[in-house]
Ligand binder design. Sequence first.
Ligand code: HEM
Length: 165
Amino acid sequence: MADQNGPFGVTSLVWGVKQSFRTYVDSTGGVTEAGAGASRTAEGEFVFAGADGSGLVLTADGLLEGQGSFLGEVQFKSHGGMLSVFLADPMIEVKGSGASLTVADSRERDRRVELALLDLSAMTRSAGAEVVIPAALAMHGIMLLGDHYPLRTVLDSVRLTLAGN
Ligand code: HEM
């Protein structure tokens, strides 16, 4: 295990969006694709690589600071194309005791929406290698996911891989 103390840069973001949504898309015969820098874990979560110059840091005091930019896109499609959810190039911005996760909502990447609110007070460190942060649906994420989940619905926790691990 690497040095526990840091500070550590964040090298990638691992996030499944919402497990029940992924399962739903699969169970309705849909397609889920990751690309442009994003890949998938064996569990079906998405791995977004840190972009050059991304500045998200876990300090020696165990606090998350700065802004992280990650690369990659995810497309969910089902119901013959009626369900089409796209998100790309997530960013995490720390604001006080919370953080927000925004995504571009089209391939043109000309608009970003706040998809999730991250609860930094409940952040945990797993095995030294990553931090895990609970996430909940933000106002603008409601429409992105098809207007099915109410505000603050629990989403998959966000995992941040720390440099050197
Ligand atoms: C032909 C059109 C559609 C049909 C017949 C349909 C049918 C259903 C059904 C039956 C469920 C309940 C599944 C369950 O509880 O196990 C469901 C859930 C859901 N649907 Fe659709 N749907 C359609 C279109 C859409 C579209 C366009 C979206 C847009 C994103 C969408 C998003 C969702 C979501 C997010 C859930 C909740 C999944 C979960 O977390 O359990 N659906 N749908």
